[in-house]
Write a protein that binds this ligand. Structure first.
Ligand SMILES: [Zn+2]
Length: 311
């Protein structure tokens, strides 16, 4: 077993031990507390790579390969409020993975070389973050028989104000008809490819992206304009983020991975201000519960929807 795999499975075992013995969500911190994994029991995983503000002098600012260093402001607070809203609704927590380092020091949504720029402290934090995602996915996929939803949570400052849901497909891809989006090549390029094959709602790929029960449509119906959705089936020519490193390496877009996921880029109206975040978090929590019930037949309102007796 390689050192990387050994560390990975150490986290797996550690996570399972905490859950088995204590039956409660537990927290694991990385070296210097730069990263954190809040172990949950829902089939929902949320990672936050760009919300950190910790900027130690021991890690030089990243300058390699023309890096993007903008902080996704208040995304850690937003993830915590979604966590609280899900707990209030279901009595259980999602898995939550946070990087507290500022993006000037590490980028956990880029590859290792670009994300850490060769600094060993930054490399450790980056590796921990990725292993925490692997561990959460391992736990959830086993507990919920391959039914899970992984969200990489971000913030964008572009206009118009709306949520950008990134499934790996390019902005131009959404200019195609539904029948084209339902062809094998587009499904294979999508981070919800597994859900297309396994959903119990009978939904096609295009319907999962922008049909009446698409995540973007549900969010838009709740007052949070989203693309793609039934209301905005394509980008309308505006800039759009389709996903980053985590989208392409921790989903069905990565060989052997069956996790369904998406990147959610949140505009400023849902990130800044406690009450704005709470309104969005409360709506998102109830929509995620409904989404998993409609498409995966997992009822999180009953014993968190657990299908095994692992806890
Ligand atoms: Zn980001």
């Amino acid at each position: 077993m390689t050192k990387r795999k050994l560390i990975k499975y150490s986290y797996v075992l550690l996570g399972l031990s905490f859950i088995c013995f204590q039956g409660q969500a537990q927290e694991i911190y990385g070296v210097h507390n730069y990263t954190q994994y809040h172990i949950g029991t829902l089939p929902i995983i949320i990672s936050v790579p760009h919300g950190g503000l910790v900027a130690p002098a021991s890690i030089p600012d990243r300058t390699c390969n023309n890096p993007t260093t903008v902080t996704d402001g208040r995304t850690i607070e937003l993830a915590r409020q979604i966590d609280t809203a899900l707990f209030n609704l279901t009595g259980c927590h999602p898995h939550l993975i946070i990087c507290y380092l500022k993006r000037t020091k590490v980028d956990c949504n880029r590859n290792l070389a670009d994300g850490a720029c060769g600094n060993s402290e930054a490399e450790t934090a980056w590796t921990e973050f990725q292993h925490f995602i692997d561990t959460a996915q391992f736990i959830v996929q086993n507990q919920y028989s391959d039914k899970s939803l992984y969200i990489d949570l971000h913030g964008h400052g572009k206009m118009p104000h709306r949520l950008e849901l990134g499934y790996g497909l390019s902005g131009a891809d959404y200019n195609n008809t539904d029948s084209v989006l339902n062809t094998p090549s587009y499904i294979a390029a999508s981070s919800i490819a597994n859900l297309v094959n396994t959903n119990v709602s009978g939904s096609t790929h295009a319907e999962l992206l922008r049909g009446i029960n698409a995540l973007g449509t549900m969010l838009a119906n709740a007052g949070f304009p989203s693309v793609p959705s039934r209301q905005s089936p394509n980008t309308g020519g505006f800039p759009y983020f389709n996903g980053g490193y985590n989208t392409f390496n921790h989903t069905s877009l990565s060989a052997g991975n069956t996790v369904n996921r998406l990147q959610i880029e949140c505009d400023s109206t849902v990130r800044f201000g406690y009450l704005n975040r709470k309104k969005f978090a409360d709506s998102t929590a109830s929509i995620l519960v409904r989404y998993l019930f409609i498409h995966e037949n997992v009822n999180l309102l009953m014993n968190c929807g657990l299908t095994s007796s692992i806890i």
